[in-house]
Design a protein around this ligand. Structure first.
Ligand SMILES: [Zn+2]
Length: 298
């Protein structure tokens, strides 16, 4: 990746994820807190879904962070859907998604109710986002890297309207609430990204020795067991609650039915689950996302 000339720090893509909402309010009032750390970069602070923030809900009509696929931005007529309109508006202001986008880098702040600490979600193997995230994962405790490679054109995430993006996913925090420790840690991680972006532009980050990192790569999502009417028929197994990033072996307990029976993990190999019991994913039919774990030099 060449120099990072234009960058967005964003939050409130989901209106009830308050770490990002509150940080964006803080930085909108005092942008120098961010700008002084990367004075060579043209930086915008963006509250992504103000309508959802106003009602403290994830979204109003449709998940905004599932509204940025090419066909939604280009093909769909402007509709009564709050989020599809907002997606098209953001794409006009900061995109358009693709090679001619006005934005080099987006750092989008999210929360999860899962026990994931600070999770740096990378949508592809990009030279800057890998290098910078490797530094941060080594500098901070309980910071993990989740690689979620997806085709950029079909990916529905806000960050994909930029040339590169990082989603900073922070938990555990109940939606609609704030935790000071997570707020402060997220703030420090974002400041570090800004400094590293500036170091990248000066060619300094590229000269540093690569760092060893544990990488969790997207594998498969697992849904809850369901009855014939589509209602869930079991819960996350107590052993698995809060066990994000831990190895799940074949035949380990996965779910517990309402009658107290265990449902085991029927698989030939181990996986490492994330987003275990995330509240917002019940509607998406995801009980957890599984990953494969590797150690790499980034
Ligand atoms: Zn979110």
């Amino acid at each position: 990746m060449d120099k990072i000339k234009t960058m967005i720090i964003s939050g409130g893509t989901h209106g009830n994820e308050l770490t990002g909402v509150q940080l964006i309010k803080k930085w909108t009032t005092n942008p120098e807190l961010c700008k002084k750390r990367a004075s060579d970069i043209n930086l915008d602070i963006v509250l992504v879904n103000p309508s959802a923030v106003a009602v403290v809900r994830r979204y109003v009509d449709h998940d905004l962070n599932r509204s940025f696929a090419d066909y939604m931005l280009n093909g769909a007529p402007r509709s009564l859907c709050v989020e599809w309109n907002r997606a098209q508006e953001l794409n006009q202001m900061y995109g358009p998604k693709g090679d001619s986008t006005k934005t080099d880098l987006i750092i989008d702040i999210h929360n999860t109710e899962s026990n994931m600490g600070v999770c740096l979600i990378l949508s592809e193997k990009n030279a800057f986002t890998m290098r910078a995230s490797a530094e941060i994962a080594n500098e901070f405790s309980d910071v993990h890297i989740y690689l979620q490679p997806e085709k950029r054109t079909t990916s529905p995430y806000f960050g994909t309207i930029a040339r590169a993006d990082i989603c900073v996913e922070v938990g555990p925090q109940s939606h609609g609430t704030l935790r000071a420790s997570l707020f402060e840690k997220t703030e420090q991680v974002v400041y570090r990204y800004l400094e590293l972006a500036s170091e990248w532009n000066a060619g300094l980050l590229q000269q540093k020795a690569k760092k060893k990192v544990t990488v969790f790569t997207q594998h498969k999502d697992i849904d809850y067991p369901r009855d014939r009417n589509g209602n869930i028929s079991a819960m996350i197994h107590p052993n698995l609650q809060n066990a994000d990033y831990a190895e799940l072996k074949p035949q380990d307990p996965l779910f517990r039915t309402f009658d107290g029976k265990d449902i085991l993990f029927e698989n030939d190999y181990s996986v490492w689950p994330l987003f275990i019991n995330e509240a917002a994913y019940y509607e998406k039919k995801i009980a957890m996302s599984t990953t494969l774990k590797s150690v790499e030099e980034w």
